[in-house]
Design a protein around this ligand. Structure first.
Ligand code: ZN
Length: 325
């Protein structure tokens, strides 16, 4: 999720009562906590009036630690750094699932703390830095100058501008083009690349020993964050996750899912895309998402406004450019 749309949505809805989730699907805790297999999850946030942080993970091998995604806000990087101090083993690598700022903004802070650390990711950030992020920064500067951004969203917008200004420092040291198996820090992992999905090129990770797929924003709650996505490529990537042999899925936003839950999320996503690509009323598509993904809305009242927004984005054809090579 980019820029300050979510902040505006949150503000618009700030007066609404927050209803409890429809079922027990608790958000991951915002500090490093063990999820099994020498792996710790630092849950992302999506506070009202603020832009989100994606989930981060710390994985330990026999020879060091690995970090997957680094969040947007300093509080999130601090939680990762605190988690890394819990087991005194230096991180050797960061894997960025994709270039969105809620997943890469902590890269420079972690590199400053651990100068030997190498960032792994796809090269999609290069085009984003001169395209989407440059345009986003320009629009944000104009909006700030015109006072068009709500006061509560200004710190996030300024934070993103500062991050984009250091964009070159976000780039990967090791570009992952095709994926494949690797042994890193003494830990075997399988890197999988999904082209034309959430971004031009996404990375997800299959941890075969734990039968765990760590998929970044291929799964997000309370709505799919389609800002820079090719919807059809995203569906293809979800098929690959389903066929991976995983028994659990760690999403980019939201709690860990069983495969049954992942299947339900995927079905709701597929229905939403098909509906938005069709010619019926878009309200039907939003309503379909709210029903099909009911278990994954986390009681978040922003879900409808987000589904409305993304339905229109798909219908407008503005995402079609992301499907072209
Ligand atoms: Zn994200």
């Amino acid at each position: 999720m980019q820029r300050w749309l979510p902040a505006l949505l949150a503000l618009a809805l700030a007066g609404c009562a927050v209803h409890p989730p429809v079922r027990e699907l608790a958000m991951p805790r915002p500090y490093a906590h063990a999820i099994g297999g020498a792996t710790f999850l630092i849950g992302g946030s999506f506070e009202p009036g603020r832009s989100p942080d994606g989930n981060s993970l710390i994985l330990y091998g026999t020879e060091g630690a690995l970090v997957i995604d680094t969040g947007r806000h300093p509080e999130h990087w601090t939680a990762i750094l605190q988690g890394l101090r819990g087991i005194n083993m230096a991180p050797v690598a960061i894997f960025n699932t994709h270039w969105h700022l809620d997943h890469v903004s902590g890269n420079p802070a972690l590199k400053a703390a651990y100068p030997g650390i190498k960032v792994y990711g796809t090269s999609a950030i290069d085009r984003a830095l001169t395209g989407f992020l440059a345009a986003s920064a320009e629009a944000s500067r104009k909006d700030l100058a015109e006072g068009a951004i709500p006061a509560s969203a200004v710190p996030d917008v300024e934070g993103d501008l500062a991050t984009i200004a250091r964009g070159a420092e976000l780039r990967p040291d090791v570009i992952v083009r095709e994926g494949g198996d690797l042994l890193i820090a003494g830990r075997p992992l399988s890197l999988r690349v999904a082209n034309h999905a959430v971004t031009e090129s996404d990375l997800w990770i299959y941890d075969a020993a734990e039968k765990r797929a760590i998929v970044g924003d291929l799964v997000t709650m309370p709505a799919p964050f389609l800002d820079t996505a090719c919807p059809e490529g995203w569906l293809t990537a979800l098929d690959a996750v389903a066929a991976s042999g995983a028994e659990q899925v760690v999403p980019g936003h939201g709690p860990i899912l069983t495969m049954a839950e992942f299947g339900a999320w995927k079905a709701a996503f597929g229905d939403f895309i098909a509906c938005a690509r069709g010619s019926g009323a878009l309200e039907t598509c939003s309503a379909g998402w709210l029903t099909g993904a009911k278990a994954f809305l986390m009681g978040d009242k922003r879900a409808k406004a987000m589904a409305d927004y993304y339905g229109e984005l798909i219908r407008s054809g503005k995402l079609d450019g992301y499907c072209r090579a």
